[in-house]
Ligand binder design. Structure first.
Ligand SMILES: [Zn+2]
Length: 421
């Protein structure tokens, strides 16, 4: 009997326990769920900064808040694999359910095989082209070689200039600003090479204004800038730009000169100093040197304030030597109480320049290539670009990383991260 009663008692207590559990399941769990739901409805969804964080972290958070993610991935020297490089929604932005977040995720470092396939070399040479006038003529209308208007080839026909630009583009050169080059800022697609265009003397045919319509300049489509704009539209990835070095007469169109200078800097071009009257700097004194440079800077300053480049294209390439006393006065001087500083100076001719990451790079004494034809000889375009086939700068596509060949490791000087292969 007692044994039986004991069993009965045990059954009763188990029954109570099950009942209790059931009550818990039926009442408490749904209440808890309800509470969580209410809390979530009240809680706002606020975007955090996920840049530099693991993609999984964002995914978990997005799932919880019923947000969608659109992602793309790219190689990165800065971020490890699966780390978020950028997000389209700013930190602290309020979001709603179903909102879409776009992110770029790192694939990690580019595999070396890609550098090899593209022959990447950021210690290769960079051509700085030197142009003067662009004359609206056919090549057949000049008695000189190719598209040279004058016997020395300082002036090109419009036909030749268009051919030059087509040649640069088809041979995988992409334009960069001279001022970016001297600062080591080379943003060119993977496998492409930088090229720099310069124009000296402020010829009227560099920027010919036909008139003004609704406050806008009408530019002759056959002047240098007209043709450059044609190529800007033709090849969006050419990154068309150039630096114009002017004298006191600017572009020889007094009524429009202020408009021209402003138009140039507003449209991705640069303006630099070619000195007031274009003297030979071996034939003048210290005072005149500072007048020539300082007055020209003053003139640019009056029109463009801080928007011109502190770069001089040395007239005739003079004073030709760095140890000439006027050389330093062109770099730093004072005229009529105004002091000036020049960051970089350009010479005349004859070959491509070094990479700005080369330890021998000297931005105060840069060589240019005279843009002219001489049947592939005498340092003309053809001759120089044939040489460049073997030693040109070829970009890795990442402006924050300098990729060089293992053999050049000792020739480098840069603050930017370096990868040798
Ligand atoms: Zn000149």
């Amino acid at each position: 009997m007692t044994k039986r009663r004991k069993i009965k008692k045990k059954n009763v207590s188990i029954g109570i326990l099950i009942l209790l559990l059931a009550v818990l399941l039926i009442f408490f769990l749904p209440i808890e769920n309800k509470q969580v739901k209410n809390k979530q409805n009240k809680e706002e969804i606020i975007m955090s900064n996920y840049v530099g964080k693991d993609y999984e972290e964002l995914k978990t958070w997005a799932e919880k808040n019923e947000l969608t993610i659109e992602s793309e991935s790219e190689y990165s020297s800065e971020y490890k694999e699966n780390i978020i490089i950028s997000q389209n929604i700013e930190e602290n932005t309020k979001l709603k359910k179903k909102d879409k977040i776009k992110v770029v995720i790192s694939k990690g470092e580019i595999p070396v095989s890609i550098y090899k396939d593209n022959n990447v070399d950021e210690l290769g040479n960079v051509p700085i082209m030197m142009y003067h006038g662009i004359h609206n003529m056919k090549n057949s209308e000049t008695p000189n070689t190719g598209g040279n208007v004058d016997v020395d080839g300082y002036n090109r026909t419009t036909e030749a200039f268009r051919k030059d630009l087509e040649f640069y583009y088809q041979n995988n050169y992409r334009m960069i600003r001279l001022v970016d080059y001297i600062h080591g800022k080379i943003d060119v697609e993977l496998g492409k090479s930088p090229i720099i265009l310069t124009f000296d003397d402020g010829k009227e045919n560099n920027f010919k204004v036909l008139g003004k319509k609704d406050g806008k300049l009408e530019i002759d489509p056959n002047c240098a800038v007209g043709i450059l704009e044609e190529f800007k539209n033709k090849y969006k990835d050419f990154n068309v730009t150039a630096t114009f070095f002017v004298n006191g007469g600017l572009f020889q169109q007094e009524e429009y000169d202020t408009d021209i200078l402003n138009w140039l800097v507003d449209n991705g071009y640069d303006v630099g100093n070619h000195t007031l009257t274009h003297p030979d700097f071996t034939k003048i004194g210290a005072e005149t040197t500072q007048k020539e440079v300082g007055t020209m800077y003053q003139k640019l300053d009056n029109i463009l304030k801080d928007k011109y480049v502190h770069i001089i294209a040395m007239p005739f390439g003079s004073p030709y030597r760095k140890d000439h006393p006027n050389f330093n006065l062109m770099l730093k001087g004072t005229y009529e109480g105004n002091s000036y500083e020049t960051e970089s100076m350009l010479r005349v001719g004859w070959e491509a320049e070094l990479s700005p990451f080369n330890k021998e790079f000297d931005k105060t004494f840069l060589k240019r290539i005279r843009a002219y034809d001489h049947n592939g000889t005498e340092c003309d375009i053809e001759m120089n670009f044939n040489i460049l086939k073997n030693n040109r700068y070829i970009s890795d596509g990442d402006p924050n990383l300098v990729v060089i060949k293992e053999k050049d490791k000792d020739n480098i000087n840069t603050d930017i991260k370096v990868r040798a292969y």
